[in-house]
Design a protein around this ligand. Structure first.
Ligand SMILES: Cc1cc2nc3c(=O)[nH]c(=O)nc-3n(C[C@H](O)[C@H](O)[C@H](O)COP(=O)(O)OP(=O)(O)OC[C@H]3O[C@@H](n4cnc5c(N)ncnc54)[C@H](O)[C@@H]3O)c2cc1C
Length: 429
């Protein structure tokens, strides 16, 4: 329990560093939960906080408006008395005096501090990475720059076949660009999904004119005044007018590290979002924590986690019960086909395909020690909700029954004594 009551807070506000999905959700959650004290939201970006998922999807479409979907309208911040400082970053945290040093030189005291600084695109470091025409995608400004560059006929090289690289590949192909995806591994999305799903999406992209080069280690980007070609370790030259690096993200943890908070590829937090300093919380992409399902140390980069952790932080600050922990889930849309995932798959999980990928709609379930650990649904969500409940309940699954897509997932449980009737009923809802 926090040692301070809502509204008392020693006269100092809750300061939230970062106004992305998680920071804004903490601010909103504090007010919903009755926090009457001050809230100061330090927004490193200048515009009204906005959603990131559309930046690699809807916003890049031909004819789509350049406006971003805002997380909350400006009026919300005024009505809820959330002081938002746009374009101002936290430069340092003085834990002794509980103050934050801001980029405008001022200092602000806090009662509780929430670090919600998110992550940034992992920079490409090969020679030529700084040439004009080489893009990354994290902010709205990045997305608009990229959108302007994706002119029909342009040769686009995408480095990395993860979610963002593939979403941009789909958008670029739809805009009439000639797209090559260069991937170090031997299949797409290898970090997050299994081979059947990878192969399905590879074919989908190829049908839409996209070319893949696997096992491709990029060694340089070359060009006179701007990017003209990408070179890979085997000496192959891939002509390109536009290059997008989609090679993962790095947590923005520096301000926490310098303040002496425990960090290890992410700020370490407990189930309540508390860092190694009890007055400081962290939430969203920047955090690393133990999975409530199996204790694995993880850093999740998804909206669901950004919002769920924010709620837990707001609940803890106000001394209230958080919502039940939710199984993490993710989505991507490529060429109009939606892949939605619940749970976090491990590479050594047993893989069971439900349905026929060739018909364009199927699911893949992942069993760990016989229990449902994760599910991928492609172009259909029938298995998604029951799977989330069964994963949370740690349900044993009969692999033979599960391979038959006509059998509902909830009917593939072999007399699992660990599963209560309530688990089964809620899984069927
Ligand atoms: C193009 C794109 C597409 C995506 N698509 C999906 C999707 O389909 N589904 C999904 O689940 N997830 C998706 N994601 C991931 C999702 O957007 C992130 O998980 C989510 O934004 C994390 O929220 P956050 O608040 O932790 O961090 P962010 O949204 O990154 O926000 C952090 C904010 O903190 C600011 N900041 C950093 N340091 C400081 C400082 N010192 N002082 C003040 N401010 C600071 C940053 O500028 C940023 O505005 C996508 C991400 C991108 C980039």
């Amino acid at each position: 329990m926090p040692d301070l009551q809502p509204g008392i807070n020693n006269g100092q506000p809750v300061i939230i560093v970062g106004a992305g999905h998680s920071g804004v959700a903490v601010a909103a959650g504090l007010r919903t939960r009755g926090w009457v004290g001050g809230i100061l939201l330090l927004d490193g970006e200048k515009e009204t906080p906005y959603e990131r998922p559309p930046l690699s999807k809807e916003l890049l479409k031909s004819g789509a408006p350049d406006e971003s979907t805002v997380l909350r309208k400006e009026k919300f911040y005024q009505d809820k008395r959330i002081e938002r400082l746009a374009g101002i970053t936290a430069e340092a945290i003085d834990r002794q005096s509980r103050t934050v040093v801001l980029s405008d030189g001022s200092r602000r005291g806090y009662d509780r501090l929430v670090v919600a600084t998110g992550s940034r695109a992992r920079p490409l470091t090969v020679p030529g990475s700084g040439l004009p025409g080489v893009h990354a995608l994290r902010t709205r400004e990045d997305a608009l720059d990229l959108k302007r560059a994706l002119v029909a006929g342009t040769r686009v090289a995408i480095i990395g076949a993860g979610y963002i690289g593939l979403e941009v590949a789909a958008a670029a192909a739809a805009r009439g660009c000639k797209v090559t995806v260069l991937e170090l591994q031997d299949r797409v999305m290898s970090r997050v999904t299994s081979e059947p799903v990878s192969r399905f999406f590879e074919q989908l992209h190829e049908q839409n004119g996209i070319r893949f080069v696997f096992g491709a280690a990029v060694t340089a980007i070359e060009g006179q005044r701007r990017a003209e070609r990408v070179v890979t370790a085997d000496g192959t030259v891939h002509p390109a007018d536009v290059v997008l690096a989609g090679i993962g993200v790095l947590p923005n943890q520096e301000v926490a590290t310098e303040a002496g908070l425990e960090c290890r590829d992410g700020i370490l937090v407990d189930g309540e979002g508390r860092t190694s300093d009890s007055a400081i919380y962290a939430t969203g992409d920047v955090t690393r924590f133990a999975s409530p399902v199996d204790g694995t140390s993880q850093r999740l980069e998804c909206i669901q986690n950004a919002q769920a952790q924010a709620d837990r932080v707001a609940a803890h600050i106000t001394g209230q019960q958080p919502a039940e922990p939710e199984i993490p889930w993710f989505w991507t849309v490529q060429h109009g086909v939606r892949l939605q995932t619940a749970g976090v798959r491990h590479p050594d999980d047993d893989v069971i395909v439900r349905g026929t990928p060739a018909v364009g709609k199927f699911a893949v379930i992942y069993l760990r020690d016989g229990r449902l650990a994760a599910v991928d649904t492609v172009a259909g969500l029938a298995d998604f909700r029951p799977a989330k409940k069964l994963i949370a309940a740690g349900a044993l699954i009969d692999p033979a029954l599960a391979a038959d897509p006509r059998i509902p997932l909830t009917d593939t449980i072999p007399n699992d004594p660990s599963l209560t009737d309530a688990d089964l009923v809620s899984a069927r809802i």
